[in-house]
Design a protein around this ligand. Structure first.
Ligand code: NAP
Length: 494
């Protein structure tokens, strides 16, 4: 790439101040961008960690791996950090890197249109702005999904969605029902089984559970991390964890691999060893392959569901009544609190924001079949618009921070072309996206996610919406953009 010394002053707008938006702010400041605004609909940073505060919320990625590579944290209290600690880490990091000054809180961007070579934005409160570049860092799982269970409105007790927790609702000694056994439902059961008077866990589909340990870090360990940056760095780049990432992403990318067979053996052994009652064990035994749904990492779910106050209910739900939940066997489960751990609309991304690219091309139309983007980052005819953790982003089950950092490294190289004046507009070519999508869809069919289960990973046509190759390939592809895939205005050699 040729070096251009006369940098243009680009105005960059970032959408969202969650993990990826904070990262964008830090990296933009570090690279000398001065005209940057981050719009955040809420009044605090943190994204998913701000919005999810349910009891038991825990990050199932090891804490030292779930940190920005440039901001290690000696203060993590546990191997798997509680959600509130993750939130605090993001708030602290935002302040430390002076990103707070870039953020306009309480501003939900509702429109974003590319007109006359710039992005024109509008917020719900009527504020208008313009930018040369837009970075969408709006996250994936942020529109809670209410299940299509009849009668929900008739429930006379407290009804909560896991992502909209009301901490004024009393839980101790209460009759609590939890619908859903994804990562969220499982963590809720683990936290509430010993607090509830009676806990009923409504399971529609059994889940495979990967055993995991969650020890606390002792004060001595934390002091050692504080005193020895090299040790802390080694914790972040823990070889066992990194080897697991490689192994796991190889496993999920190939449903016939020996790596997936190993995972299957571990979760099966966990079920057989951990659940004593043979009837309960059979109810908990999934009839599809391990890791087909996002694999659940839990140190204590099997213990929690065997707690004397807990009961696994596998009869289908007929309806919710004023008193509780009526299952198809005619049993009415009376409840004080009903929790919907029913997940999110995973196909929304920046939407319902109205986004239009060149010539009024609407994102809603472009994504009518499925949300898609070249390498999850760029969309044809949406110039200078880049996504972090965009559609088809997740790489295995692992740290989205790492994914976002690698995507940022790629986007930063495209921004350099704009800033140095090599081009004024850049977006992926349609045929490059088509080729990428064809390869992605073909590879997705071989992944474990497509091996015969339902999950939020699957798009409307049942195709897994994730990175279908292994982590090593992700790392390689993100290292440097293949500029021949991009349309640049003006078109010049670089
Ligand atoms: P989810 O994985 O989508 O699970 C939703 C659950 O609700 C499923 O068990 C589903 O059952 C059940 N459900 C939905 N509609 C239902 C209905 N009408 N009747 C009965 N059951 C119904 O949602 P989630 O647990 O919130 O997790 C979403 C994602 O958030 C995770 O996969 C993960 O990526 C992320 N997360 C991460 C962590 C972490 O520690 N890093 C923690 C929590 C969440 P079926 O399986 O039968 O559809």
């Amino acid at each position: 790439m040729k070096q251009h010394n006369s940098n243009r002053d680009l105005r960059v707008v970032v959408l969202g101040a969650g993990m990826s938006g904070i990262l964008s702010g830090i990296k933009l400041l570090e690279s000398g961008y001065r005209d940057v605004t981050i719009y955040e609909k809420a009044t605090r940073v943190g994204g998913t960690w701000r919005e999810n505060t349910y009891p038991g919320l825990t990050c199932d990625v090891p804490s030292h791996a779930y940190t920005y590579s440039f901001e290690p944290n000696a203060e993590w209290t546990r191997q798997l950090p509680p959600g509130a600690e993750v939130q605090e880490y993001f708030e602290r990091t935002t302040r430390k890197y002076q990103v707070s000054e870039l953020i306009r809180f309480g501003q939900e961007v509702t429109r974003c249109a590319f007109v006359g070579g710039r992005w024109h934005l509008e917020t719900a409160s009527g504020l208008r702005d313009e930018a040369d570049v837009v970075i969408a860092a709006t996250g994936v799982l942020h529109h809670p999904r209410t299940p299509d269970i009849p009668g929900l409105k008739s429930f006379g007790g407290e009804l909560l969605h896991s992502a909209r927790w009301d901490h004024s609702v009393a839980l101790d000694g209460k009759r609590i029902g939890i619908v859903g056994n994804g990562s969220t439902g499982v963590q809720l059961v683990s936290a509430l089984a010993s607090r509830a008077g009676k806990l009923k866990h409504f399971q529609r589909t059994a889940q495979w559970i990967m055993p995991v340990e969650n020890p606390s870090f002792t004060e001595e360990q934390k002091q050692a991390f504080r005193d020895d940056p090299a040790l802390l760095k080694r914790m972040q780049n823990d070889e066992t964890y990194l080897a697991n990432v490689e192994r796991f992403t190889t496993a999920v990318a190939d449903a016939t691999s020996p790596e997936i067979a190993t995972i299957e053996a571990i979760v099966l052994e966990n079920l057989e060893r951990s659940v004593q009652d043979p009837v309960l064990r059979e109810k908990l035994r999934p009839n599809y392959r391990a890791a087909c749904k996002r694999l659940i990492f839990s140190p204590d779910y099997y213990q929690a569901i065997q707690h004397p106050s807990a009961e696994l209910v596998t009869e289908g739900i007929e309806t919710v009544t004023h008193k509780g939940v009526l299952t198809r066997d005619g049993v009415e489960h009376e409840l004080d609190v009903l929790v919907l751990a029913s997940g999110f609309h995973a196909d929304r991304f920046m939407r319902p924001m109205q986004i239009t690219g060149r010539d009024g091309r609407r994102l809603d139309d472009v994504w009518a079949k499925r949300p898609h983007a070249y390498l999850a980052i760029s969309i044809p005819e949406f110039p200078n618009f880049f996504m972090l953790n965009g559609p088809t982003s997740p790489v295995g089950n692992f740290s989205l921070i790492d994914v976002a950092e690698k995507q940022w490294g790629y986007i930063a190289q495209l921004l350099d072309l704009l800033r140095s004046g090599v081009c004024t507009e850049i977006s992926v070519k349609q045929d490059s996206l088509d080729a990428y999508e064809a390869a992605r869809l073909a590879a997705a069919k071989n992944t474990i996610f497509a091996s015969g289960c339902k999950s939020w990973y699957l798009d409307g046509e049942g195709v897994p919406a994730s990175w279908p190759w292994n982590y090593a390939r992700f790392r390689e592809v993100m290292a440097a953009p293949d500029l021949s895939a991009f349309e640049r205005t003006p078109a010049r050699a670089v």
